[in-house]
Design a protein around this ligand. Structure first.
Ligand code: 5GP
Ligand code: ZN
Length: 154
């Protein structure tokens, strides 16, 4: 624990939170830290990180997530004002399969500029109506777990 915040000894971002690893900090409060990505997709690429260690969006407490997303918004506004961005991507990877390299939840705030080389894409599938309906049912009343009981296995 650090100031009542959970930390994980071998976690890179926990080390940045504790000041044991350097980072180009752009924002910090009691619960959230934001710093420039060491390998940015574009200049100004910022990572917004809750200080308390959890791995994924399924683990983080609502109150911490609320604080983080407000900082994401403020960083986005700052990037727009100061770097004159033409657009912005917010990326949040969960699990190795989805490209999560650092197992401490974080949001990427990626400024976009005309003619940049950033590629954020995925292939679009054709819609199978039955499958869509099956999924919709699983995600609604038929499945029925309260959101806080969801057990997402990332
Ligand atoms: P992920 O793939 O987990 O969503 O993203 C992890 C991000 O952390 C990557 O974009 C990577 O460049 C960044 N990163 C990894 N190690 C460090 C570091 O030591 N310092 C900083 N500032 N960023 C890092
Ligand atoms: Zn951590």
């Amino acid at each position: 624990m650090l100031n009542n915040k959970v930390v994980k000894m071998d976690c890179l971002f926990c080390k940045i939170v504790k000041g044991e690893m350097p980072a180009k900090k752009v924002y910090e409060d009691d619960s959230v830290i934001a710093f420039l990505d060491i390998n940015p997709a574009n200049p100004g690429h910022t990572l917004v990180v809750p200080k308390k260690h959890t791995e994924t969006i399924a683990d983080i407490e609502d109150s911490d997530l609320e604080k983080v997303i407000v900082v994401v918004k403020n960083i986005a506004k700052k990037l727009k004002d100061e770097l004159d961005t033409a657009g912005l991507n917010i990326v949040q990877n969960n699990g190795k399969l989805a490209g999560q390299l650092v197992s401490h939840i974080h949001f990427h705030v990626i400024p976009r500029f005309a003619g940049d080389q950033v590629i954020i894409t995925y292939q679009r599938a054709q819609v199978d109506e039955n499958k869509m309906e099956e999924i919709r049912k699983k995600l609604t009343e038929e499945a029925a777990p309260a959101p806080k009981d969801l057990d997402l296995d990332f």
